[in-house]
Design a protein around this ligand. Structure first.
Ligand code: NAD
Length: 258
């Protein structure tokens, strides 16, 4: 049984995490939700009598799941550190240097994890995509395509960056090998570059494909998100892992045993 507190409870992700947790009372106990307005979780349509608070309650042992706003990431980490509460944060937009400095300090005393994509499938894809790139070698051209809905305000997606970074780490490349889109007199493709291309259309939740093309053959590794519940399920799985973990900084690979 994992006790959880969800910060950003009234948001799209917070509500889904709480709804899925409430459907699994044998696995999760909801201690509280936290957001900007107080109330009860029933006000948010969640089948649970726990309160909705405006600050994270001190509940030693409860795991804080944070899907809120990047600006409050340092204060969330410091609160968890001060109260000895494990933290699983999926909040995006936090500068990597801030994530690193806060979590390196917190990891001395609490189990903590930050992941820009908590989907189990995407995290397995990251692992497989990197291993495939290494196994195929430099004669295979690698390109990444991603598609999202027409309201997304940034490109390429954080997940496309993560895929490219994972492949770079496995094959001795760096971000200088990323090539975003192509236009005009580009010249022939440089060996080793990784093309990244963003499509924006309709209501696509999130598609990612990694292409590996060698002389005479092609492999495509793809992931299609059907709903945001994949992130909520991954967050709950991370919380269950952190509840039993020793202090330290973890990544989704640890949660999934990869
Ligand atoms: P949202 O805007 O629907 O919800 C955010 C919630 O946080 C809101 O209810 C807001 O009131 C609340 N909030 C803001 N400031 C707060 C504060 N100081 N204290 C408490 N609550 C506060 O956004 P969303 O779609 O639910 O996404 C939330 C975050 O999670 C974003 O950063 C998003 O990019 C990220 N996200 C991550 C993943 C992943 O897998 N890691 C997946 C989806 C979304």
């Amino acid at each position: 049984m994992t006790p959880i507190i969800v910060n950003g409870a009234a948001g799209r992700m917070g509500r889904r995490i709480l709804t899925l947790a409430a459907e699994q009372p044998q696995a999760y106990t909801i201690v509280a939700g936290v957001d900007r307005q107080p109330g009860s979780l029933r006000d948010l349509g969640i089948a649970c009598d726990a309160p909705l608070r405006t600050s994270i309650p001190d509940e030693s042992g409860a795991v804080v799941i944070d899907f809120s706003h990047h600006g409050i990431f340092p204060s969330v980490v410091r609160h968890c550190l001060a109260k000895g509460m494990p933290l699983a944060s999926g909040t995006t937009g936090v500068p990597p240097a801030v994530v690193d400095s806060e979590l390196i300090a917190a990891a001395q005393r609490i189990p903590c994890l930050h992941a820009g994509n908590m989907s189990v499938g995407v995290n397995v894809l990251l692992d497989v995509a990197a291993r495939l790139a290494k196994a195929l070698g430099e004669d295979y051209d690698i390109e990444i395509t991603e598609a999202h809905h027409n309201q997304k305000i940034d490109a390429p997606s954080g997940t496309a960056f993560s895929l490219a970074d994972a492949i770079c780490a496995a094959t001795g490349r760096s971000r200088s090998d990323h090539v975003h889109g192509r236009q005009g007199q580009t010249g022939a493709r440089r060996k080793g570059e990784i093309g990244i291309h963003a499509l924006r259309m309709g209501d696509v939740v999130g598609d990612h494909t990694v292409w590996y093309v060698g002389g005479g053959e092609r492999i495509q590794l793809g992931h299609v998100a059907h709903s945001r519940d994949i992130f909520a399920r991954g967050a709950l799985r991370a919380a269950a892992f952190l509840a039993k973990a020793r202090p330290g900084r973890y990544v989704m690979k640890d949660v999934l045993g990869l």
